[in-house]
Design a protein around this ligand. Structure first.
Ligand code: 3HC
Length: 692
């Protein structure tokens, strides 16, 4: 099937790209587009060409699924040479997203018309690469390097209106094809087209100076990603090299980055995010229940944060507590957080007022009567939850969705307290709820499909990344986290120190290690949970028995001098740990950072494999998305299951066997799925997805 249709309007050829869903530049489209341009160029009855597109996107860029595979001719730069080199004017008619290679097609055209709301951008940086089809050379020539560089560094698109102001497009119109045809006619009357590659007037000494200042800043902040530096190098070439040399240098940098493991991980994340949006057994377009208002039960830190999510999305929400003093505290906490955003300049006072006005404080569950959805964020105890759900059952209107924000508890047991289990599910927010992107949507058997579909769609409206998971203790994220927490405690007893364990994780790319994190959250939280489950952890318990609850008490695994947020090593804690090792008859030994990392992460991967075996997560990619959005796993490491694939599952199995042999913890025995994949020489990414 042809992906480009040619129509003639007088002496103008209109080439319409149609490669659903988003007109990605797959090999077939590249070939069809080049052939269509060449055919129109050699047609004596044609004076000029318009490149337009069908569907919601103009062109979403290169076909990301082709990256890492052998190139298929014509490669994109060759298609763009044909466009830019065409003797007849070529005008792009951009009705929707023109991203990456899509914008590069438009840049190679001789003029551009965009719809006011079209999105134009070069988001390659987010995939660990840089533009590879002339973007770094043509965009600065059109808008100046000092404006082009930040666009490429952030990867954020601009609207058609903004693009006009920048000089990136020539016109903005609601009817882009008609406007492009008119412009093409005018250009044809003028004679030879003006090629972007030949324009140098924006590349002034002032522009270079401004670019160099931005480049210096970017160099300081580039962190672990090599592509920011490559971008600086490529853009600088517009001042120091010819256009052809600049294009060649850009392509070489692009190809090197595409082959880098970090870009591979980010591409995995791109597709995993989109896969996670597909819910097994629920057809896209399943009718949803209308959500015009919400209620949140419990105005603690979590409940307040959840209420803010609704208010931020413009959905009126009633925040409910048992007593006036509690709700006053809750509302004050919410107001203080909004105030902080106003002080920082990220929220206007008007928006603060608007959001606060959407949150109605109330005392007593009766206030939830009119809500379309109720999210319970009360005390984490089954009896409390059941009491609330049973009471809500008698209060809320038929068809209202009842969600629990529980982190661990069994949703069907909570649902059994009502006469409407089909309306009950889990919506597990992560702290701080108004900030963290992840939302685990817990789908117990028995919940209605439209309730799940509504929760997923609502999550998106709240700006969250929803991942549907099965019901089971700790669901996905916290269940895996528990394995890491146990591994960290084991490491301390075996000979490592808190700062060494934390350094292994920050060195890997996490913002914080497990002990710094526990000190921040409060060590007493885990202590209380362990006690309620009859569990112990020698070091963690001893720290809490000493009253060292973390930052809030000035001491935890680290000591926090007055006002300091970063902890310092605490000799007393280190002595306490050594003492516990001795009590347990362990001869302490030192661990390398690589050993520590493996001991922390391998048990998580193992638990992830069990979670997949049990069907609690649908796909390995879902687990990765959970860790990226809920636990700050570094995106360029792709998530725990992708990381395991990159290490090699046979390596993980061998290391787990070694650990299992020296420990009494049966959870360290490699999971059957992990063993099977390793034995077959396969990866998690090769797993067939169940019922997708
Ligand atoms: N390549 C391959 N597949 C793509 C794709 C791309 N560039 N862009 C989107 N898709 C696929 C998605 O995987 C999804 O597939 P699925 O239905 O099988 O899950 C489908 O198209 C629809 O995508 P979305 O769900 O994201 O659709 P939306 O309407 O929500 O968003 C969009 C549309 C804004 C265009 C968004 O898809 C997007 O941001 N795409 C990627 C843009 C991008 O990063 N482009 C740069 C690519 S790199 C490049 O061009 C290199 C060049 O310089 C040489």
């Amino acid at each position: 099937m042809q992906t480009v249709q040619t129509a003639k309007r007088g002496a103008i050829a209109i080439l319409t790209i149609d490669n659903p869903p988003v007109n990605a530049l797959a090999a077939s489209l590249r070939a069809d587009l080049k052939a269509a341009v060449e055919s129109a160029a050699s047609d004596a009855g044609i004076d000029a060409i318009v490149i337009a597109a069908a569907g919601r996107a103009f062109i979403a860029g290169a076909d990301i699924s082709e990256f890492g595979k052998p190139p298929v001719a014509p490669i994109l730069p060759d298609v763009l040479d044909a466009i830019e080199g065409c003797a007849k004017p070529v005008v792009a008619a951009i009705q929707g997203a023109a991203l990456g290679g899509g914008l590069e097609v438009a840049l190679a055209c001789h003029a551009r018309v965009a719809a006011p709301a079209a999105k134009l951008g070069l988001p390659e940086i987010k995939l660990g690469i840089i533009p590879g089809a002339g973007g770094t050379q043509r965009l600065p020539r059109l808008v100046g390097a000092a404006k082009a560089f930040p666009m490429m560094l952030s990867g954020e698109p601009v609207s058609g209106e903004k693009a006009l102001a920048l000089g990136l497009v020539d016109e903005v119109s609601d009817d882009v094809v008609a406007a492009a045809v008119a412009l093409a006619q005018r250009l044809a009357a003028k004679g030879a087209p003006r090629r972007t590659g030949e324009q140098e007037d924006r590349l002034t000494p002032e522009d270079r100076a401004a670019f160099e200042a931005l480049a210096l800043d970017a160099t300081k902040k580039s962190g672990d990603m090599p592509n920011a530096m490559a971008l600086v190098e490529a853009v600088r070439n517009v001042f120091t090299r010819s256009f052809a040399e600049g294009l060649a240098a850009e392509r070489a940098l692009f190809l090197k980055l595409v082959a880098d493991e970090r870009s591979k991980a980010l591409r995995h994340v791109f597709f995993a995010e989109r896969e996670a949006a597909k819910i097994p057994g629920i057809a896209p377009g399943t009718a949803e229940r209308p959500i015009a208002s919400a209620a949140v039960i419990g105005a603690g830190t979590m409940g307040g944060g959840i209420a803010m999510c609704f208010a931020n999305a413009g959905i009126p929400v009633t925040l409910i507590e048992q007593q006036q003093a509690q709700i006053d505290n809750g509302i004050n906490r919410v107001a203080a957080i909004y105030e902080m955003s106003v002080t920082r300049g990220s929220l206007t006072p008007e928006n603060r007022d608007r959001r606060l006005a959407l949150i109605t404080p109330a005392v007593g569950l009766q206030a939830a009567a009119g809500a379309d959805i109720v999210v319970e964020a009360a005390f984490e105890e089954m009896g409390v939850k059941q009491e609330i759900f049973s009471a809500l059952d008698a209060i809320v209107k038929p068809g209202a969705i009842l969600a629990s924000n529980t982190s661990y508890l069994d949703i069907p047991t909570i649902a059994a307290a009502t006469n409407r289990p089909q309306d009950v599910l889990g919506m597990h927010f992560f702290s701080p709820a108004n900030v963290m992107k992840l939302l685990e949507i817990v789908r117990p058997t028995g919940v209605a499909d439209d309730v799940v579909a509504t929760a997923v769609s609502l999550a998106r409206k709240l700006g969250k990344v929803p991942v549907v998971v099965g019901n089971g203790f700790g669901f996905v994220g916290n269940r895996m986290l528990e394995q890491r927490t146990r591994a960290a405690e084991r490491l301390l007893i075996a000979g490592a120190l808190p700062h060494e364990v934390d350094a292994a994780l920050t060195g890997f790319g996490f913002k914080m290690g497990p002990f710094a994190m526990s000190d921040l959250a409060g060590n007493d939280i885990g202590w209380r949970t362990r006690k309620s489950r009859g569990k112990t952890a020698a070091v963690a318990d001893a720290i809490c028995e000493a009253g060292w609850f973390g930052q809030k008490t000035g001491r935890g695994y680290y000591i926090y001098p007055e006002g300091a947020r970063a902890g310092e090593r605490d000799p007393e804690v280190e002595a306490l740990i050594a003492c516990i090792s001795k009590e347990q008859g362990v001869t302490r030994r030192s661990f390398t950072q690589a050993e520590i990392l493996a001991r922390l992460l391998d048990p998580m991967v193992n638990e992830g494999a069990r979670i997949l075996e049990e069907g609690i997560a649908t796909r390995p990619g879902d687990i990765d998305i959970i860790w990226l959005n809920g636990y700050n796993w570094p995106a360029w490491r792709g998530g725990p299951m992708h990381w395991a694939d990159s290490v090699g599952l046979d390596v993980i199995v061998r290391r787990l066997e070694e650990q299992a042999a020296e420990s009494s913890d049966t959870a360290l025995e490699p999971a059957a799925l992990l063993r099977r994949l390793a034995a077959e020489g396969k990866t998690f990414s090769e797993l067939k997805v169940r019922a997708a």
